[in-house]
Design a protein around this ligand. Sequence first.
Ligand code: HMG
Length: 389
Amino acid sequence: MKIGIDRIAFATSNQFVDMAELAHARHEDPNKYLIGIGQKKMAVIPPTQDIVTLAASAAKKVLGPEERDHLGMIMFATESAVDNSKSAAAPLIRLLDLDPHVRVAELKQACYTGTAGLQLAKGQIALHPEQVVLVIAADIARYGLDTPGEPTQGGGAVAMTVRVNPRILALEDDAAVVTKDIMDFWRPFGCDAAFVDGKYSTEVYLDFLADTFAHYQKMNGRTLDDFAALLFHLPFTKLGLKGLRQLIADADPKVGARLAQQFEAAREYGSQVGNLYTGSLYLSLISLLENSTTLRAGDRIGLYSYGSGAEGEFYSGILQPGFAAQFTTKPTGQALASRKQVSVPEYEKLYDAAVHGPAECVLNADDDPADFVFTGVHNHIRQYEHREN
Ligand code: HMG
């Protein structure tokens, strides 16, 4: 039985800051951000958006009548939780007007859990082949203004439906996983920005890639030649490029050149959004499918998922006939191209305005064109609105 990703969509805010402008403001050479980090633009998330509203916007795009009728489970992957108890999936039932006879839960292991959500969805569908599972990967990456991590911020949500006979990517049963107790990146209770040992985190990311890929090869006997493209978790796109270079160092140059060409298609949208933690790998899948011109049904795609703390997984999926139909109009590329640019001072003001923890506040969402907005907190309860625009 084939099980995998049937539909996939992305949502972020309608505004970005230009990385060359941010570099000037931070007295850095723009090429450090553009080439050294590999980022061109960074999504700026206004206070009226959070993981719930971003998730609702992404999920709305993948939930048609058929998906709604068969929805059995929602797995919400995030490390930007808005409540210590309640899952961010629960408000989606009301905001998206879903049948409440559905199992929901929130998953946490840094950036890794978009993949955990997909693997759990696969298990659910194996037991209940009549169902559809919605997997959400939504986050807002925050390190603080004028910190080394700042150029690697970003945010957004990817929504994926998983079912039998998927139209995009059938998930193979071939995952190699590694987990170790490591302090490369963490966010203690009460802190709205992450603590990170930046250089160390990049070393662990690359070490886990070497470990999971070697383990994968041992388990499955595949070589690089078996993959049409390799996708990476992209906290910033240069790190994915380093990962690719590490894997292809001893490869046949023709295979290496092919994978490097696909990587350019796969990193385009990440370079325009920044890190969205759990969703970054899956935004890269969308970027590949919208921007590559050489993929064919039956091609094997390798995916490297990494979450600090730390967990890595390498697995693969097979492109399905008709996969291209959902991407011919490049919906994500168009949405990214229609965003408005904000200046560095405007971005800083929006960054500082993010709401963390007050019992009461009211937010004015008149300038936010999104269908779903966060309008404040009343009696410790977050207020969300669904507006038809
Ligand atoms: P930094 O220390 O300011 O930067 O911060 P740098 O000095 O290392 O420079 C970065 C690169 O730019 C270097 O290239 C420089 O040579 C180059 P590299 O040596 O690495 O190839 N450079 C230039 N290139 C061209 N022209 C120039 C120029 N100047 C310099 N003029 C750091 C970098 C990544 C440490 C920082 O941004 C950071 O801490 N970011 C956050 C942590 C992070 O993203 N880690 C990634 C791995 S962990 C992960 O992926 C998990 C995560 O997503 C969270 C989760 O799982 O939940 C983060």
